[in-house]
Ligand binder design. Structure first.
Ligand SMILES: CC(C)(COP(=O)(O)OP(=O)(O)OC[C@H]1O[C@@H](n2cnc3c(N)ncnc32)[C@H](O)[C@@H]1OP(=O)(O)O)[C@@H](O)C(=O)NCCC(=O)NCCS
Length: 246
């Protein structure tokens, strides 16, 4: 009873205004006590998913990430974290179920870093990656980049080339996550800007400039050694950064 009687604190965030994205940065390396508190908010299906992770570290990251997500969404909805329910789209995109659907969100995590993007009612996608040497960058690029993107990448060398690849990749992923189809979409047909210093832009979706223009892409600098991107449907987007403490 006490839990469900939880009241919105005066400092609790309101739903982001039109065009505003709240971007929460979450450190998944939470101490054991906090981890147990977060675990207690997970649903049975989430707990089942958690135990399926073989490595303890992955289990911990999943529990911390879901728990933090529930905690963040609870602040916007005034619903207790335990009582929030998710439904899943055709390719697994989680959304809030029930009558609190006005809050849209998306999550990405890499190592101990998670990002949670929250909007009022606009489709949003977020992605974070650690910039790292790939054994076969060329091979990856051949699969996931368009011809135009490959030729821009071909003009770059060394660290700039690796970084440009990941910036490009996170932009594409943020977009397919916003749509909800994930990697079922033909990513090589989603074209984005990637030249160093070029503002992030969605240029074409399967050759179509028009539908690309409906979207805003933002580059994120989530931490040293990481790159990220945000895709939001609409224009005049403002990103407001928050840090989740729990
Ligand atoms: C969604 C997807 C792009 C995730 O990419 P990723 O870089 O590995 O992971 P990220 O950390 O960026 O995102 C994971 C989060 O995105 C969210 N998510 C899951 N499916 C999603 C989808 N279709 N669209 C948007 N977001 C999704 C979840 O919150 C997930 O967090 P969780 O694992 O803690 O539940 C990728 O897994 C995908 O395309 N899935 C589609 C389903 C599919 O076709 N699966 C077949 C795989 S063999």
């Amino acid at each position: 009873l006490l839990r469900s009687a939880r009241k919105r604190s005066p400092t609790a965030p309101r739903l982001p205004a039109a065009g505003v994205v709240h971007l929460w940065r979450v450190d998944l390396g939470v101490p054991p006590r906090q981890l147990e508190r977060l675990r207690a908010t997970l649903s049975p299906d989430e707990l089942v998913r958690a135990v399926r992770y073989r490595a303890e570290r992955d289990r911990r990251r999943f529990v911390a990430g879901r728990g933090a997500l529930r905690d963040i969404l609870a602040r916007y909805t005034d619903v207790d974290p335990v009582r929030l329910r998710f439904r899943y789209g055709r390719a697994g995109k989680p959304e809030l179920d029930g009558d609190v659907v006005a809050v849209r969100f998306n999550v990405s995590h890499c190592d101990d870093l998670a990002l949670v993007a929250v909007t009022g009612r606009y489709s949003v996608g977020v992605d974070v990656e650690r910039v790292r040497e790939l054994p076969d960058l060329e091979g990856m690029a051949a699969i996931v980049l368009s011809e135009r993107e490959r030729s821009v990448l071909g003009g770059l060398a060394g660290a700039r080339r690796v970084r440009a690849f990941f910036e490009c990749w996170t932009r594409k992923e943020a977009f397919v996550k916003a749509v909800g189809d994930g990697l079922r979409m033909p990513v090589e047909r989603i074209e984005v800007s990637l030249a160093p210093g070029a503002p992030p832009r969605l240029l074409r979706v399967a050759g179509d400039r028009r539908s690309a223009q409906r979207w805003t892409l933002r580059a994120l600098a989530p931490g040293h050694g990481y790159v990220g991107a945000l895709a939001v449907e609409g224009h005049g987007v403002r990103v407001s950064l928050r840090r989740w403490i729990g």
